[in-house]
Design a protein around this ligand. Structure first.
Ligand code: AMP
Ligand code: MG
Length: 974
C-alpha cells in the first residue's frame, strides 16, 4: 500500500468507496428514545463511575471584534439547535440500559453578561473567572440541552461567545459543523420552514441505532487480541506525586508554539520520509516517552473518528473511538526506522478500528492499574485547525478551545497545526504532575524534534534531549579542590596530628571505659607493634574480630598504624560466612579479644588476642611502614548475588577523601559522636574517622543499644552527644519513644543506609526543631557517602531527597545505554571520583560488571561504579532515591542480595527453585516501603519440598543470616 493511504486525510478521502461498497445508514424507526452509540456508552459509563465531573466538558471561546449583532447571533444559535436532534437529547437509564431521548423543544438559555464597565485587569480576571467556572460546572445528563452558552460584552465592538457542552453530544469534528452552521445562519437566517427542510434526514440517533446492529468483525477483534493480550506494560512515567486511589480528573495544560523554522523542517522532513505529520510527531512522542521511562513497548491512545460514511459528514454527534497504538522497538533503532514502525502500527490499528474500545476492555480484561485507562496512560492527538469562520467582512474573529482545570488521562499531547506552525499542548493530571515538570517535557520534546530534523538517522537513544541547564547541573564542574587533608598520605597520620593537638581530650567512651587521645594512641601503637612483628606490613589484610569496646577501636587503629588494612569480622556472623571472608581475603592474622576468640573457628590462621598485648608504661614508639594513598586501609564484605559475599578494598586515599568531605559539607565537626553502626558496615567509618581526625569524642554504643531506647537517651545525655548517624527507621523509633529532654545536646543527626521518609522528617522537626537533619547516601564501593542533603523543615514531597554529590563524587543518572536521563526521569545512579574503591577482592568478573569505563571522560582510565540504585533529579537539582534496579535490598541496615539467599537455598538438593522477596506481610508492601518498615521480612518461596520435616531441617541448616536480626524465612509449598 502506498504510504499516503496511511493518513487520516486519505482515509477520509476514500470514504466514498466505503459508501458505495454497501455502507449506508438508514433512518431508524420513528421513536423518541434511541440507543447510545458505542462511544457514547463509554462516556455514559464514566459519568456513572465519576458523577458530577466536568472532565468530559468541552469549551470553545469565540472572540469577536467589530459590530456583532447579538440578537442575530442568539437566533442563529437557536437555529443550530433546531436542526440537530442530538443537541436536544437527554440521557436516561431505561430497563438498566442507557438511552438518549430526543426533545422537540428545549430551552437554550443564552446568558448575557456585561463586562464593559470594568477596567482592564478587572475585566480580564472577571472574564477568566466566569469562563473557568462555566467550563467546570458539571452537566446533568438527564437535562437537555447538554450545552451552555454565554455572551460577554467587553465593549460595544468586542464580544465573547463562550460555548460549553458535554462531549456525549459532540466531537471536535462536530464543532466545525456547528461553527459552519452558525456562521451560515448568522449571515442569512432561513425562515422556520426552510430551516426544517434543511434538516439532515439522517441524524446522529439513526447512526447510534444502526451501529447497535453492527456485528463486530471477528478478524478485527483477532487483531486486537493479538496486540493487547497478556501483560500490558505499564508506562513508567516519572511523576511528581503518587497516584491517588481514585483519579480526580483535575488537570492543567501547557501550550507552546514550535518555532516557524522547526515547524517548516518537520513538514518538509515528514514529506521526505513519506509520512504524515501525525506519524512523525507521534514517533517523536514515542522517543520522548521512551527516554523518560526506559520502556521499549509503549501503548499510546489516540482518538479516531468512526464517520466512515459520507452520509455522516455533516452530522453533529459523538463519533470518536479510542484506538490503542502499541509499538515495540529497540533503543538502538534509528529514528527513520522508528518512523516506519510507527507508520505500520498506525496503519494496522486504523484499519482495525471498528472494534469498540469497551468491547476490547471486556474481552481482554486487562489488569486495571490505578490509572483511569486500562491500556494506556497517555494520549496523542493531532489536529489540523480549520480556517476561522467568517461572520462578515467587518467582523474579525479569534477562536480557540478553552481547556482548563481538567485532564481525562494522565498525560495527553495535543499537537495542532495552524498557519504553518505546530503548537504542542500537554494536558496533564495535577494528581500526578507539577507544571514545572510539564515545562521540562515541552523543552525535551522540542529538543528531540530539533535533533531529529538535524539528523533523522540518529538512533533514538542518541537524539540530544538535555537542555543547557540540565547539562550544567548533571556535569557540574568536577574539579577536585585540594582540601584540608591535602598534605596527608594516610589516615593514621591525620589521627596522629589530632592526638598531638588534643592529647588530654577524651577520644573514646564505651560504657564505663574511656581513653584520652594520648591513651588511645599509645594503645594503638602497642597493638601496631605486635602486628608488625607478625605481618609483612603494607597492604596485608588483618582480620578484626572483636566485640564492641574501646579496645576494638584501638585495635582498628593499631592495624592501620602497622600499615595493614583491617577487615572487620562481625562476631555474630555465621561460621560459614567467616570462613569465606577470611579465605577470600587471604587473611593470615586475626586480631581478636578474649570474649570473641572462643567462637572463632576459621582454620589455621594466627590469632592475636588484644587483651594479651601488654601495656607499656612509657610512650611506646613505632616505625610504621609509610603507607600512601593507594595502599589499603580496610576491607568490607557485602552480600553478593552470586551466593558469596564480596570484599570491597578501601584505600587510604578513599577514606581520606571521604572524611575530608565532611569538613566542608557539615557546619560543625562532632564534639561527641555516638557510633551506632557495626564496624563491619561502611557507615561506621563516617563517625570513626570524622571524630578521631578532628579531636572529638567517639562514643561507642554497647551491643544492641538500639533495643533499649531509654538507655540510648541516657548515653546521649551523659556524654553530651552532638552528632550521630543511624538508619532512618531506627531514628524514627528514637525520636518517637525517647525522653526528648535527654536529647538536648544533639546538634546534627544523619540518617543513612536506607530511604528516609517524609514522616520521619516531620516527626524530627516537630520534636527536635533545633537539630540539623541530614540524609546521606552512598554504597560501600564509593566509600561511605557520595550524595548528601540537608533536610529542611519546609520541604514537603513524596520523597526525601538524597541531595547533591559530596566528597568530590561525580554522580550521573544514566539509562541502559549509559546516556544521561533528563531531569525528572529515573536513571541508574553511577558514581565516579576519588571515593571509588575500584574493585572487589579476587573477583575480576564482578569488578568488571560493577565498575564501568567512564562514558563521558575521553582518553581516561576513569571508572564509574554502577550502584544498582535508581534515582532522579527534582526541580531543585537534588537527587531523589527511587529504589533498586535489581534484587539487592536493605533490611534493618543489612545490605542483602536476595539472589545470594536464592543461590544458597538452591544448593539444597530438596529445593528445585527458590524465589526470595523482601515483603512486609502486615502492610503488604514490597521493596522500597518495606525497607523502612519494622515488620518487613525476607520471605523465601520454595518449589518442591516434600514434607514438613524437610522444611524444618532446611530451616535449621540455613545459617547465612543472623538469627537475632529476626530474618524469618517463611516457605510456601507449591
Ligand atoms: P552499603 O554499601 O551498605 O552502604 O549500602 C548501600 C546501599 O544502601 C545503596 O546502594 C542504597 O541502596 C542504600 N542506601 C544507602 N543510603 C541511602 C539513603 N540515604 N537513602 C536510600 N537508600 C540508601
Ligand atoms: Mg553506605
Amino acid at each position: 500500500m502506498e504510504n499516503e493511504k496511511l493518513s487520516l486525510l486519505s482515509k477520509w478521502k476514500s470514504r466514498k468507496k466505503m459508501t458505495s461498497g454497501g455502507f449506508s445508514i438508514l433512518k431508524a424507526p420513528q421513536s423518541r428514545n434511541y440507543p447510545l452509540s458505542r462511544g457514547q456508552h463509554r462516556l455514559y459509563f464514566l459519568e456513572q463511575l465519576y458523577p458530577n465531573n466536568p472532565v468530559y466538558n468541552s469549551s470553545e471561546i469565540y472572540h469577536f471584534y467589530g459590530p456583532l449583532d447579538i440578537d442575530r447571533l442568539r437566533e442563529s444559535l437557536q437555529a443550530v439547535l433546531k436542526v440537530s436532534d442530538i443537541l436536544r437529547c437527554s440521557f436516561h437509564l431505561r430497563d438498566g440500559k442507557p438511552i438518549q431521548k430526543v426533545h422537540d423543544r428545549v430551552h437554550l438559555d443564552i446568558e448575557s453578561i456585561d463586562l464593559s464597565n470594568l477596567a482592564g485587569p478587572d475585566m480580564e480576571s472577571r472574564q477568566e473567572e466566569i469562563l473557568t467556572s462555566d467550563s467546570l460546572a458539571p452537566f446533568n445528563l438527564e437535562h437537555a440541552p447538554l450545552l451552555r452558552i454565554k455572551i460577554l460584552k467587553r465593549s460595544s465592538t468586542e464580544h465573547i461567545l463562550f460555548i460549553t457542552m458535554h462531549h456525549i453530544i459532540m466531537d471536535k469534528w462536530s464543532m466545525d459543523i456547528f461553527r459552519e452552521q452558525l456562521t451560515g445562519y448568522y449571515k442569512a437566517l432561513p425562515g422556520e420552514e426552510a430551516l426544517t427542510d434543511s434538516k439532515s434526514k439522517i441524524q446522529f440517533t439513526d447512526y447510534a441505532y444502526w451501529q447497535q446492529s453492527q456485528e463486530v468483525d471477528p478478524q478485527q477483534l483477532r487483531y486486537w487480541k493479538d496486540q493487547l493480550s497478556g501483560e500490558i506494560p505499564m508506562l513508567n512515567l516519572p511523576t511528581d506525586f503518587q497516584m491517588p486511589l481514585k483519579p480526580s480528573f483535575k488537570g492543567g495544560s501547557n501550550v507552546r508554539d514550535l518555532p516557524d523554522k522547526l515547524s517548516g523542517q518537520i513538514t518538509d522532513l515528514s514529506k521526505k520520509c513519506k509520512v504524515t505529520p501525525y506519524v512523525f510527531l507521534l514517533s517523536a512522542y514515542y522517543v520522548l516517552l521512551h527516554r523518560y521511562s526506559g520502556n521499549c513497548d509503549i501503548l499510546i491512545g489516540s482518538p479516531i473518528s468512526t464517520r466512515n460514511s459520507r452520509t455522516l459528514e455533516k452530522i453533529i454527534g459523538f463519533f470518536d473511538e479510542t484506538i490503542v497504538l502499541r509499538t515495540k522497538f529497540g533503543p538502538s533503532l534509528k529514528f527513520t526506522e522508528l518512523l516506519e514502525l510507527v507508520r505500520q502500527t498506525t496503519m494496522a490499528s486504523f484499519s482495525n478500528k471498528d472494534v469498540p474500545f469497551d468491547l476490547l476492555v471486556k474481552e481482554l480484561n486487562p489488569e486495571r492499574s490505578a490509572s483511569n485507562n486500562p491500556f494506556f496512560r497517555t494520549m496523542f492527538i493531532y489536529h489540523d485547525v480549520p480556517p476561522v469562520p467568517a461572520f462578515g467582512d467587518d467582523i474579525r474573529l479569534h477562536y480557540t478551545f478553552f481547556n482548563k482545570g481538567v485532564s481525562k488521562f494522565d498525560l495527553t499531547l495535543y499537537v495542532s497545526y495552524e498557519n504553518g506552525i505546530f503548537s504542542t499542548e500537554f494536558e496533564y493530571t495535577t494528581d500526578l504532575f507539577k507544571n514545572a515538570t510539564i515545562e521540562n517535557l515541552q523543552d525535551h520534546y522540542r529538543l528531540l524534534l530539533e535533533g531529529i530534523v538535524e539528523d533523522p538517522e540518529l538512533t533514538i537513544n542518541k537524539i540530544p534531549i538535555l537542555t543547557n541547564k540540565e547539562k550544567e547541573l548533571f556535569l557540574g564542574e568536577n574539579v577536585v579542590v585540594p582540601g584540608p587533608y591535602a598534605g596527608y598520605n594516610n589516615i593514621y597520620e591525620i589521627f596522629e596530628d589530632a592526638v598531638k593537638n588534643n592529647p588530654t581530650e577524651l577520644a573514646i567512651v564505651f560504657g564505663e571505659q574511656s581513653l584520652t587521645y594520648a591513651e588511645l594512641n599509645n594503645r594503638a601503637t602497642e597493638i601496631a607493634n605486635a602486628i608488625l612483628e607478625r605481618t609483612l606490613g603494607k597492604n596485608e589484610i588483618v582480620g578484626l574480630h572483636a566485640n564492641r569496646s574501646a579496645e576494638m577501636i584501638a585495635g582498628l587503629l593499631g592495624i592501620l598504624k602497622a600499615g595493614c588494612a583491617y577487615l572487620p569480622i562481625d562476631t555474630e556472623y555465621p561460621e560459614k560466612r567467616i570462613i569465606h571472608v577470611v579465605e577470600d581475603s587471604n587473611v593470615a592474622l586475626i586480631l581478636s579479644d578474649s570474649k570473641s576468640i572462643t567462637i572463632l573457628d576459621c582454620g589455621p590462621r594466627e590469632i592475636l588476642n588484644i587483651d594479651e598485648i601488654g601495656f607499656s608504661t612509657e610512650n611506646p614508639s613505632i616505625r610504621p611502614p609509610s603507607c600512601g594513598r593507594d595502599d589499603l586501609a580496610y576491607v568490607i564484605y557485602t552480600s553478593g548475588s552470586t551466593g558469596k559475599p564480596k570484599g570491597v578494598p578501601v584505600t587510604h586515599g578513599n577514606i581520606i577523601n571521604s572524611t575530608e568531605g565532611r569538613l566542608t559539607f557539615y557546619r560543625e565537626n562532632p564534639r561527641a559522636y555516638l557510633l551506632m553502626s557495626s564496624v563491619s558496615f561502611d557507615s561506621s567509618k563516617a563517625g570513626i574517622f570524622w571524630t578521631l581526625c578532628t579531636g572529638g569524642t567517639l562514643v561507642v554504643s554497647e551491643n544492641r543499644l538500639e533495643q533499649n531506647i531509654e538507655k540510648l537517651g541516657d548515653v546521649i545525655a551523659s556524654n553530651s552527644v552532638t552528632h550521630t548517624l543511624m538508619l532512618p527507621s531506627l531514628y524514627k523509633t528514637v525520636i518517637e519513644y525517647s525522653d526528648l529532654s535527654k536529647l538536648s545536646s544533639l546538634r546534627t543527626v544523619i540518617v543513612a543506609g536506607e530511604a528516609c521518609t517524609p514522616a520521619i522528617c516531620a516527626t524530627h522537626f516537630e520534636k527536635l526543631p533545633g537539630v540539623l537533619l541530614y540524609n546521606e547516601y552512598g554504597p560501600t564501593e564509593a566509600t561511605v557517602w557520595a550524595v548528601a542533603h540537608k533536610i529542611e523543615s519546609r520541604e514537603q514531597g513524596v520523597v526525601v531527597p538524597i541531595g547533591k554529590p559530596v566528597a568530590n563524587a561525580e554522580v550521573y543518572l544514566l539509562d541502559s545505554n549509559l546516556e544521561m536521563v533528563p531531569l525528572g526521569a529515573p536513571g541508574e545512579i553511577y558514581i565516579g571520583g576519588p571515593g571509588l574503591a575500584g574493585r572487589y577482592i579476587n573477583n575480576h568478573k564482578l569488578t568488571k560488571e560493577a565498575y564501568i569505563d567512564h562514558p563521558f571522560e575521553k582518553n581516561s582510565s576513569g571508572k564509574l561504579y554502577k550502584t544498582g540504585d535508581l534515582g532522579r533529579y527534582n526541580h531543585a537539582g537534588d537527587i531523589e532515591y527511587l529504589g533498586r534496579a535489581d534484587e539487592q535490598v536493605k533490611i534493618r541496615g543489612f545490605r542483602v542480595e536476595l539472589g545470594e539467599i536464592e543461590k544458597i537455598l538452591e544448593e539444597y538438593k530438596e529445593v528445585e527453585k527458590a524465589i526470595v522477596l523482601l515483603q512486609d506481610p502486615i502492610k503488604r508492601n514490597l521493596a522500597i516501603d518495606a525497607t523502612t518498615s519494622e515488620t518487613a521480612q525476607i520471605i523465601a518461596y520454595l518449589e518442591r519440598l516434600d514434607n514438613e520435616d524437610q522444611i524444618d531441617e532446611l530451616l535449621t541448616s540455613i545459617r547465612t543470616l543472623k538469627e537475632d536480626e529476626k530474618m524469618y524465612l517463611l516457605q510456601k509449598l507449591q
